[in-house]
Write a protein that binds this ligand. Structure first.
Ligand code: 13P
Length: 324
């Protein structure tokens, strides 16, 4: 497996990655919110709606699945990974098992999932996965993040990345600094810089091959509760400057999470960043909510809304491809 080739395929040709890997609990809550009873079958039907969106491969290079969906089948009997492969989209798999309270750090979490990961990676590769994802969560507050939380999370992230590469999967390395809070853009930049510096130290320590990863960071934004919201140009500039200071040029691509931004705003930020030459890496999207949120709202579990929901998803995916 040529990790660099796969990583480049994930971020090139103006395409991006669709994150459809919500945990069973998160997906169930989102379905209930739009009036759909959450069951394994309703989650399957919703994920099938997403992946069967016409011409999805024009704007999407890879779809990240949760373990449940990875083992489910689309209506014609193909597994999700086989179906995606047939339409020219790479399959990704979320392999972390979630953010759990970190001992000694009230209010902070550490993402778990390293136990048995070598064996799980081997199974996912055998069943058609090309890349993986692990999300570390960093919170900004009066006394957070602590060094404890940063080090614990990034150490785990680097060990995950090493295991993926050893087993033949490209790791999406996702250190998410949350937007929750009233902090300023400057504070988000300061924390994001510290987190990314610590990340590349850990990746180096674990001998992770940087040209065989995709970095999935937050954009540098103000807290969602801040009354001082920056302009699109400010976010683009702060984000690109932060990345230039911390991310080696050997990383082939950076694919942002949307983090709760409105879809149009996330797309505008992505577009504004492309103009800030020179960019040593591809800058693309790996959105969840900013790609599928409005489609889920449109669908609401009704078969008659299916086509319209797919049009909404397709429209957002194409808008992001155009922004690149
Ligand atoms: P959002 O774009 O909704 O933040 O989700 C991306 C993701 O994969 C979070 O892990």
């Amino acid at each position: 497996m040529d990790l660099n080739k796969v990583a480049r395929a994930m971020v090139s040709n103006r395409r991006g990655i669709l994150a459809a890997d919500e945990s069973i609990a998160t997906m169930s809550a989102r379905l209930e919110k739009v009036g759909v009873e959450p069951t394994a079958e309703s989650r399957r039907v919703y994920r099938e709606l997403i992946v069967t969106t016409p011409e999805l491969a024009d704007s999407i290079s890879g779809v990240i699945l949760a373990d449940e969906t990875f083992h489910q089948r689309v209506t014609d009997g193909r597994t999700f990974p086989d179906y995606l492969s047939d339409i020219g989209i790479l399959t990704g798999i979320k392999v972390d098992t979630g953010a759990k309270p970190l001992a000694g750090a009230p209010g902070e979490t550490v993402t778990e999932g390293l136990d048995g990961l070598r064996e799980r990676v081997a199974d996912y590769v055998r069943l058609g996965a090309a890349f993986a994802k692990w999300r570390a969560v960093i919170t900004i507050g009066d006394n957070t993040p602590t060094d404890r939380a940063i080090r614990a999370n990034l150490h785990a992230l680097a060990r995950y990345a090493g295991l993926c590469q050893e087993g033949g999967l490209v790791p999406i390395v996702e250190p998410e600094v949350l937007m929750d809070g009233t902090h300023s853009l400057a504070r988000c930049r300061e924390v994001s810089t510290a987190v990314l510096r610590a990340l590349f130290e850990e990746l180096d320590l674990m001998q992770v091959q940087l040209d065989g990863i995709v970095l999935k960071p937050n954009m540098v934004v103000a807290g969602s509760g801040s009354s001082d919201q920056p302009t699109v140009a400010d976010v683009a500039q702060a984000t690109v400057e932060t990345l230039r200071e911390t991310v080696p040029a050997s990383v082939p691509g950076i694919a942002f999470l949307s983090g709760g931004q409105r879809p149009e705003l996330a797309t505008q930020h992505l577009g504004a960043m492309q103009k800030l030459d020179p960019l040593p890496w591809e800058l693309t999207y790996s959105f969840g909510r900013a790609l599928v949120g409005p489609a889920l709202e449109t669908w609401r579990g009704e078969d008659k809304n299916r086509g319209r929901a797919q049009e909404v998803l397709s429209g957002l995916a194409l808008a992001n491809a155009a922004a690149r």
